[in-house]
Design a binder for this molecule. Structure first.
Ligand code: GLP
Length: 243
């Protein structure tokens, strides 16, 4: 694991964007694995600026998002489809046909999940996967007690996750209790992984991910097994690593 500690959120976002940009410059038809949440918003902003300055071109890029809430329409303003279009895709020249996000309204969930994994492997697997981390150490929506061998699947959301994500909804009752998420197996098949975390609230999860034992109770700890992981942290998220 390569750990990079920077002064603040802006620096974290800039470093992550630089990694994605160099991936696209080196391989214009890169397959990107993308994340949602507050953490990568700054990175998307930086990438949009680089695109505006004609430093990067997304025309040949293919993308796969980590997850989507189960039961939400694409058009719902809380869906990850909506988030991605608003915060990233509508501002760059990515080909709509090359965007992939699990369909939270799929009738046959098992088939949706199998097809998603097949599409990823048919694309030659993800070149670089961006990850945030939940306060409970989740990646994507792979919650504690995860099966490390699982591919994309339907997940029951953890209480902590529902509580934490309720900030985006009108009330906690509105937060979906299930989601479709890439599994740990899917994520671990990525060639490179970059995990971002900022703020004190993530310090404990980061400590357990980096220094703790590898166990399903801390899903992100599995990343210790991957041979190309970069973790970019602000000082607060790195706060417990020093000793
Ligand atoms: C969400 C997403 C994750 C994200 C995490 C942290 O529930 N499913 O992909 O990394 O929680 O979110 P945030 O960046 O808002 O702290």
């Amino acid at each position: 694991m390569r750990i990079i500690v920077v002064d603040n959120y802006k620096e974290m976002s800039k470093k992550a964007a630089a990694m994605i940009a160099s991936q696209i410059i080196l391989k214009p038809n890169s397959v990107l694995g993308l994340a949602t949440g507050d953490t990568p918003l700054g990175m998307y902003k930086e990438l949009i600026e680089m695109y505006d300055m004609k430093q990067i071109d997304f025309r040949e890029v293919k993308s796969f998002n980590l997850d989507e809430y189960y039961g939400l329409e694409k058009e719902n303003s809380q869906s990850y489809h909506h988030y991605m279009i608003k915060n990233f895709f509508s501002n760059i020249n990515i080909d709509k046909e090359k965007i992939n996000i699990p369909n939270g309204k799929a009738k046959n969930i098992k088939k949706e999940c199998e097809n998603y994994d097949k599409k990823i492997s048919d694309s030659g697997n993800i070149d670089i996967q961006v990850l945030g981390i939940g306060v409970n150490g989740h990646i994507g929506f792979n919650e504690p007690s995860v099966d490390f061998k699982a591919g994309t699947h339907l997940v029951e959301l953890d209480e902590k996750t529902i509580k934490s994500n309720s900030r985006f909804f009108n009330s906690i009752e509105d937060v979906p209790t299930k989601a479709i998420s890439m599994g740990i197996k899917t994520i671990m098949n990525s060639k490179k992984i970059v995990l971002l975390a900022n703020g004190k609230g993530k310090a404990d999860a980061i400590f357990k991910t980096v220094k703790g034992k590898i166990c399903p109770e801390v899903p992100a700890s599995v990343l210790q097994f991957h041979n190309d992981v970069t973790i970019i942290l602000d000082k607060e998220a790195a706060g417990k690593l020093e000793s």
